[in-house]
Design a protein around this ligand. Sequence first.
Ligand SMILES: Cc1cc2nc3c(=O)[nH]c(=O)nc-3n(C[C@H](O)[C@H](O)[C@H](O)COP(=O)(O)O)c2cc1C
Length: 276
Amino acid sequence: MDMDFIKVDQGKCTRCGVCATVCPGVIGMADNGPRAIRDLCVSCGQCVAVCPERALDNTNTPLTDQVPIEENTALDSGRAAQFLRSRRSIRNYQSKSVPREKIAQLLDIARMAPTACNSQGVAYHIVDNPDTLRQISATVMDWTEGELKSSPAMASAKYAPHLAMMVEQYRQTGEDVVLRSAPCLIVAVAEQHSFATGRDNTYLSFAYLQLFATSVGLGTCWAGLFEYCAASGYEPLLALLNLPQNMQVTSGMMVGYPQYAYHRLVARNPLQVTWQ
Ligand SMILES: Cc1cc2nc3c(=O)[nH]c(=O)nc-3n(C[C@H](O)[C@H](O)[C@H](O)COP(=O)(O)O)c2cc1C
């Protein structure tokens, strides 16, 4: 058992114990300061980030990799609310490609989202080839049409009329109702054996991505229908994506430059809450 991952500079440590308090049970306080008491570090790095004296290091999340917070970066509540309520699902994109560096910038924030037990484990497969994108949409439409005809569960689902409408629109006009002619699709993938956690982690990472995208002028939309098709294991779609055998699609997100600006914030159903 390696219990040496916590390094303490005894000259700087004031024994305040905050590192042990924020840790989910792996660091304990001894007379001479913090030490690892279990070999179960999840590498969240909180112990290193919270130490006010830079006295603690953790070889799993080295101090040298942690960026100091130079100033209070918290948004005031009004701006934070406005920022969160300004995000919209973008269904109309400019016909302009997104530089790969910008997509990488989004992913670099997406990967900062919380994950179960710091499991992370979400990888991203980017499709920005216009022909492949259109083939994906066509394939998802084939699947949807087939499912509406052959699957009683799908045909009786609450959203079946919406799906039937999408298929009809696609067949009549060729309009890309699946990926909305977005110039880029981010496909999130996780290893098959950790699919359930991977999907939860993906959803949170995409929430981060959607919000951050607005600050770099990009718009996004969940590719829900694409996700359902991939999750069903539809071979023609999997063949197009050509992912490694052990990887499974957890979700998809369209990205591009929005065609329209929105002038009003999101409104939702009344809040339902109980207190106990
Ligand atoms: C899991 C998930 C899947 C979604 N799938 C689609 C989709 O396939 N196509 C689409 O146009 N919007 C999709 N959306 C976007 C929702 O329709 C949208 O969030 C909702 O209508 C509220 O609009 P807003 O995001 O602009 O506030 C999806 C959203 C979520 C969370």
